[in-house]
Every structure is written in structure tokens, then in C-alpha cells.
Design a protein around this ligand. Structure first.
Ligand SMILES: Nc1ncnc2c1ncn2[C@@H]1O[C@H](COP(=O)(O)OP(=O)(O)OP(=O)(O)O)[C@@H](O)[C@H]1O
Length: 734
């Protein structure tokens, strides 16, 4: 991809102070230039050639500028370009205490004062939330360079001296051994930021007790798998740049200051070298800092520098040094390019070559098996129409097979079948809708109303979120008491039982939930007592159906044992008749048998009657046996319904009991009819956790009361989690 040349952008941010040296520091009206005036040193005598005033031109002067405006000016564009595949680097440079960390991370106690990193994280996740067809992954790393040692601020292993090294590779520089963490949302990313912050090595320093003596690089890696681009945003908080003499350091702090000075002066050298187009070799490897920043400074990256300065006259030397550094940075040119995960042009070429080879291979294969008419290109309209007609013939039974020609044709055949299935599904649904009313399965109120009115409510298997109510118009059916409630066969007893129960039900309407809440006893009643109450009130409908099914089952069982008894009697009677017939036959054979002119045996009337009786009994036996079989099937079916009703009754009772007597009042409020949670929707474990979990309650309260609105929730949640971790680490170390 062709890269357009760009300059590094440099801004200066002035830390607010009550003692601003207005005679020394002057801002230009364009808000881009800054002039420094130093009075001539009288001690140096009349001949004093030392320069006393300087003028610097930058991309912007941020004086008395809010964190928000600073972000808008410095970072917003760079972050949005990172989302389109450009690497970006933002660096804060300046003396200790000048506001680098404030600019980069910000004050973590207050959302309004958050710095560039949390805002960049928010911008990235907002962009992800807004994009419809992207598949973006975000990962985070946090590196610290302290005394020329690489340190992983987010290391998950206990020993941090795992071999970390800066590695140059064709894709750029990376730190081997640095942990990179996937994050799914803003809060996740902020958790890592705050965790890293607490891990930063803090050294005591005579200028600022909490001065950071290390360089920190927070990196956001973005990868869009959908459009195959990736990028990273390096957000760098450099160590204080003050000169050694001024720090009055000693011992370890002196050593730290020496390292810092060395790496920053190497950084300065690199910047001078980069700004010189004639320079061929840039000594990036001189220090860890410059090596890590190789991509960000001289590379294909958008780079922004913020020089943080103090406004007091006392710090004018450091201010001058920082402004010089910023001006030099502005000379550097970069060539930002989109990082494509793979070279699409090259891939297309390779694939085209492969396709043409495969086509040749196929043609050769076809000619070997004498298949000369096969084509492998996309199907024409005529070919698609031919396939359609074949499928219709196949479905009508006119043909038994569809000829398979090639893979495209097979795909088209499946596509056409799918279309036909969809079309038929649509027709079936239209037919169902003309006969039934579909209601949402979770719309318990409507379902309960329908059931109460005796309307059969079934479930559509294809779409389990819908329930099915028979009848064209629910309103028309609700008052009707004659609808079937349970999907049984024509069971005669159910009608009467239901009508009786429905009348009872109508006389005892369920109490509204809010009323129940207000009447809640101080301690929960025993389950046995509560169960009776439940059956009378909320569970009356399911209890009614349960009782109804049970009575049907009992009736069927009674009938079944009557029929079984009758079968046994018939069997006994048949045995007796068979014996009597046998005796008759023996008697006949002893007395001599008579036959008619056609040679058929003649029997007496008694024997004839016995045979007829046996025939009737056999028929009765057959019918009773068939009825018994039917009854057995019905009993099994009814038993199944009774079991289901019993289970439902018990499970609904359990939910009702917990929600009525065990859930805390503030959750009860959410369960009120006006609340967005309906009874039975909250898993009880979670509800009980809520009661125990003060933490979560606190979070809820925070969400409701945050002064800066819902945007700040992720920030405060992450902050709170980090504080808790620190506190618990503190407790455990006590
Ligand atoms: N623009 C600003 N507005 C308000 N307060 C600021 C601003 N800049 C810095 N501060 C405050 O000044 C103090 C020092 O700032 P900060 O810690 O950011 O300095 P630093 O340059 O990062 O120092 P170090 O080199 O030690 O990391 C902090 O208390 C910070 O809140």
C-alpha cells in the first residue's frame, strides 16, 4: 500500500500553577507557538552573549486545557486511524512532576480527570459497538522499562524475570515474553490498566516523592478479522527527563536517574538522526527504550508527542529542554501504512493460478472418462431453470432421480430444495395463524389468562418461544368455559370437573403481587402451610388441572379393573361351556351320531345353544380385551400428565415460596408488576447471592448514582476492583 509522508505531531501541555512565570513564558495568539525569555545574568558582566530568548513552533499549546480537550486534540484522530489499521504512538515527555502521568493515565479517582489511555480504550470499544459487520479483537499489554530492564506489569507468573527480550522481525519489533491479554470490553481493559498502574515501580525522589522512575508503554492491539487488518496503539509515559545535577540524587536513585538520562539522551540522538534524511544507520538498539520504539518513531506509524512542562520560572531550564525535544520530534517524518493481515493482491494472484491449474486438471480427467460436455463455470439462468423443473418433477414423483453433473449443480439442487421448504414453512405458519393465536412463551400473564379462561395453550415445537392458543380470537375465547385445557383424548369426566373448578377459581381471584409483598410475614411459614396457601392462590390453576387429571386417571383405573374383572368372568364362563360341550359330545358319540342327507352331523338343541353362547362369549371377550388395551394406553397417558402436573406444581411452588418469603425486599421491588423481572425468571442461586453480596449491591447503587452517567460505569468498576485487590493483598500481607 502506498504510504503518504507525515510529520510527527508535537504538542506542549502546561501544568497549571498559581505561580505561572508570565514574564518568562509567553504563548502566541495562534495557540501553536511558545516563547521563552530569560533575563541576562548580571554576574556574567557587560559582555554576555548567552541567548536569552527562544521561540518554538509546535502543533498546539495546551494551556489550561481539560483532559477531554487534550484527548480530542492529541489522540482522537490517531485512535480512529488505528481502528482502520494504522499503528499509532503517543508519548509524554517532560521533567518529573510536569504532568506526564496525568496526561497519559489521568487521575484514576475521578472519571472526568481520566487521561488518554482510558479515553482511548473507551473510543476503541465504542467504535467496535457501533460497527455492524466487523469482527474486532482487542488485546492489551503493559511494559515497563526500569534501569534498562524489561518488566511485564501484567505478568501472570510470580517471577517476573522470565526471559524477556526485544526482537526485530519483518512485521516489526515485539517484546518476547511480554504477556498480551485479550479483553472483551472497556471494563476488562481498564482493569488491566489499573492493575498495571499498581504494579509500577515507584522510587523515592527528592523532586517528587511519588515520582515514577521508569518508562511505561501501554499497548492496545486491535485486529479486525473481517477486513484482515491489525494495528497497535502505543501509549507511552516516559520517565522524568530532568538533568542529573538537579536531582541531587544518591545511591540507587542516582543509578536510576543515570539510566533514565541515558535512555532519554539516546532517544534524543535517535530523533536527531531520524530527522536527518542523509543518515542511513539509526542506532535504535542503543537502549531498550529506543529499541522498543523503533517502529513507532521511524516507522510506518502515526506518532504524537506531548511535551509536559511546568509553568514556574524555577523550572525554565527543564522547560527549554523539553521544548527543544518536542521541536526536534516535529522534524521526523513517518510513513503510516495500513497493516494488512495478509497481502490480498498476492493471495488473489496465487488463487487464480491455482484455479486455472485445477480447471486444466478437470478437463483432462473428463476427456479421459469421455465426459466432454461438462462445464465448471457459474450456472446460467437456463441451467438453473432446468434444475428447478427437475426438482418439481422429482417431488411430484414424475422422475426418480436427479442427474448429478457437477458440484455447482449439486449446490443449486440443495438451494432449490431449501427454497421449497421455506415456502412450505411459510404456508404452514399462515395456516396455523388463521386457526390459532401465537403468543410469546414468556408472556406469562397472557398465558395464565388464557389458561384461566379454559383455553388450551400448547407449544409450537419449531419455535419454542411461542405458545399456541386455539381459536381465531383470544378475546373471544377468554370468557368461554368450554375449551379443553389439557391435551387428552376424549375423556368424558374432565368437562364436569373443570367447570366446577373454574367456578371455584372465579370466586377466588389471586392476590396481586404487591399486596402479597406488603403482607409478607417476618419469618417464612413452614413449607407444608405455605403449600396449602399456594394451592389456594397462585397455584390454584395448576392445582385444578392436576386434580382434574388425577380424577380422570382414577376413573380410567376404575373402569380398567371393572373390565379386567369382566374378562376373567367371561373366561371362566367360556371354560364352563367348553366343558359342558365336551360332555355333550361324549354322550352323543355313545348314543350313536345322526347325519342328514348331505352327511352333516345333527346335534340337539342343548348343544346348539351351548355353541351359540360360547360364540357370544368369545365376541364379548374380544371386545373387552380391546377396551382393556385402550384403557391401559389411556391410563399410561393420564399418568404421564398427572406426573407432569405434579412436577410443575412443586417447581412453581418452590419458586413462589422463595420469591414470596426469601428474596430481599429490594429484589421484590424489581419483581413487582411494574418491574422488569417477572416471578420465576431469576435463578434462585443468583438471588440468594445478591443478598449475600454487598459488593454487587454497592455496584448497583453506584450505577444508579454515578454523577457522570452510564459512560463512567466501566471506569469506576475497574477502579473499584483494582482497589479491592490492593486492599486484599494488603490484608493478606498483614
Ligand atoms: N494539567 C494538569 N491539571 C491538573 N493537575 C495536574 C496537571 N498536570 C499534572 N497535574 C498534577 O501534578 C502532579 C504531578 O503530575 P504527574 O504525576 O502526572 O507528573 P509526571 O510528569 O508524570 O511525573 P513523573 O515523572 O514522576 O511520572 C499530580 O498530582 C497531577 O495530578
Amino acid at each position: 500500500m502506498h504510504a503518504a509522508e507525515k510529520k510527527v505531531r508535537a504538542f506542549v501541555r502546561v501544568k497549571p500553577t498559581a505561580h505561572f512565570a508570565q514574564d518568562v513564558i509567553k504563548f502566541g495568539p495562534d495557540n501553536k507557538s511558545i516563547d521563552i525569555y530569560i533575563k541576562k545574568d548580571a554576574k556574567k558582566g557587560v559582555v554576555n552573549n548567552k541567548q536569552t530568548d527562544w521561540s518554538f513552533k509546535l502543533d498546539g499549546v495546551l494551556h489550561n486545557t481539560s483532559q477531554e480537550l487534550t484527548y480530542e486534540t492529541v489522540a482522537k484522530k490517531l485512535v480512529s486511524e488505528a481502528l482502520t489499521g494504522y499503528n499509532g504512538t503517543i508519548m509524554c515527555y517532560g521533567q518529573t512532576g510536569a504532568g506526564k502521568t496525568y496526561t497519559m493515565t489521568g487521575a484514576t479517582a475521578e472519571y472526568k480527570h481520566r487521561g488518554i489511555i482510558p479515553r482511548a480504550v473507551q473510543q476503541v470499544f465504542r467504535a467496535i459497538a457501533c460497527s455492524v459487520d466487523s469482527f474486532i479483537t482487542v488485546r492489551i499489554s503493559y511494559l515497563e522499562i526500569y534501569n534498562e530492564t524489561l518488566c511485564d506489569l501484567l505478568s501472570t507468573t510470580t517471577s517476573n524475570d522470565m526471559q524477556m527480550a526485544i526482537v526485530d522481525c519483518p512485521q516489526g519489533v515485539y517484546v518476547k515474553g511480554l504477556s498480551i491479554h485479550s479483553v472483551s470490553d472497556e471494563e476488562d481493559a481498564l482493569n488491566l490498566l489499573f492493575e498495571g498502574e499498581t504494579n509500577r515501580v515507584i522510587a523515592e525522589h527528592s523532586l517528587n516523592k511519588n515520582s515514577s522512575r521508569s518508562h511505561c508503554i501501554f499497548t492496545i492491539y486491535i485486529e479486525d478479522l473481517y477486513i484482515c487488518i491489525n494495528s497497535k496503539i502505543n501509549l507511552i509515559d516516559l520517565a522524568g527527563s530532568e538533568r542529573l545535577s538537579k536531582t541531587r540524587s544518591e545511591g540507587r536513585v542516582l543509578k536510576e536517574a543515570a539510566y533514565i538520562n541515558k535512555s532519554l539522551s539516546f532517544l534524543e540522538q535517535i530523533i536527531i538522526a531520524l530527522a536527518d534524511p542523509k543518515r542511513e544507520h539509526i542506532p535504535f538498539r542503543q537502549s531498550k527504550l529506543t529499541h522498543v520504539l523503533k517502529d513507532s518513531l521511524g516507522g510506518k506509524c502515526n506518532t504524537v508527542l506531548v511535551a509536559n512542562i511546568c509553568g514556574e520560572a524555577l523550572h525554565v531550564e527543564e522547560t527549554l529542554s523539553s521544548l527543544r525535544f518536542a521541536t526536534r520530534m516535529k522534524w521526523i517524518t513517518t510513513e503510516p501504512v495500513v497493516n494488512v493481515t495478509y497481502d490480498s493482491e498476492e493471495t488473489v494472484k496465487t488463487l487464480e493460478k491455482e484455479i486455472s491449474l485445477l480447471k486444466q486438471e478437470l478437463a483432462m480427467h473428463d476427456s479421459l472418462v469421455n465426459r466432454s460436455l461438462v462445464t465448471y463455470g457459474p450456472l446460467t439462468d437456463v441451467q438453473v431453470a432446468e434444475i428447478k423443473s427437475q426438482i418439481h418433477k422429482y417431488l411430484q414423483g414424475a422422475i426418480d432421480e436427479i442427474d448429478i453433473m457437477n458440484f455447482r449443480q449439486v449446490q443449486e439442487v440443495f438451494k432449490q430444495f431449501k427454497l421449497i421448504v421455506r415456502q412450505q414453512e411459510g404456508e404452514v405458519e399462515t395456516r396455523l395463524r388463521s386457526k390459532y393465536i401465537l403468543i410469546d412463551k414468556n408472556d406469562f400473564a397472557t398465558i395464565a389468562a388464557a389458561q384461566k379462561a379454559g383455553v388450551y395453550v400448547g407449544e409450537l415445537r419449531e419455535d419454542r418461544t411461542k405458545s399456541l392458543i386455539s381459536g381465531r380470537d383470544l378475546a373471544a375465547h377468554l370468557p368461554s368455559k368450554s375449551q379443553v385445557t389439557v391435551p387428552t383424548k376424549n375423556l368424558d369426566v374432565k368437562e364436569k370437573a373443570r367447570n366446577e373448578d373454574t367456578v371455584k377459581n372465579d370466586a377466588q381471584p389471586s392476590k396481586p403481587v404487591s399486596e402479597e409483598i406488603s403482607q409478607r410475614p417476618s419469618s417464612p411459614p413452614s413449607k407444608a402451610v405455605a403449600f396449602e396457601q399456594f394451592k389456594e392462590e397462585c397455584g390454584s390453576e395448576i392445582n385444578r388441572i392436576f386434580k382434574e387429571n388425577k380424577s380422570i386417571l382414577l376413573a380410567r383405573r376404575k373402569r380398567s379393573s371393572t373390565v379386567a374383572r369382566r374378562i376373567n368372568i367371561i373366561k371362566q364362563e367360556m371354560e364352563d361351556i367348553k366343558k359342558a360341550l365336551e360332555a355333550q359330545r361324549q354322550e352323543r358319540s355313545q348314543q350313536g351320531e345322526y347325519v342328514d342327507e348331505k352327511g352333516r352331523l345333527i346335534i340337539d338343541e342343548k348343544e346348539f345353544l351351548l355353541i351359540m353362547k360360547l360364540k357370544d362369549l368369545k365376541e364379548e371377550y374380544r371386545c373387552s380385551y380391546a377396551e382393556l388395551q385402550d384403557l391401559k394406553a389411556e391410563i399410561q397417558y393420564c399418568q404421564h400428565l398427572v406426573d407432569r402436573c405434579r412436577n410443575k406444581l412443586i417447581s412453581e411452588f418452590e419458586i413462589w415460596y422463595r420469591e414470596s418469603f426469601l428474596i430481599p425486599t429490594y429484589v421484590q421491588n424489581a419483581l413487582k408488576p411494574s418491574g422488569n423481572i417477572r416471578p420465576g425468571m431469576i435463578p434462585i442461586n443468583r438471588v440468594m447471592c445478591l443478598e449475600e453480596d454487598e459488593q454487587e449491591r454497592f455496584e448497583q447503587m453506584q450505577e444508579a448514582m454515578l454523577p457522570t452517567g452510564p459512560d463512567s460505569v466501566a471506569f469506576y468498576k475497574a477502579k473499584m476492583k483494582t482497589d479491592q485487590k490492593v486492599m486484599s493483598a494488603g490484608h493478606s500481607s498483614l
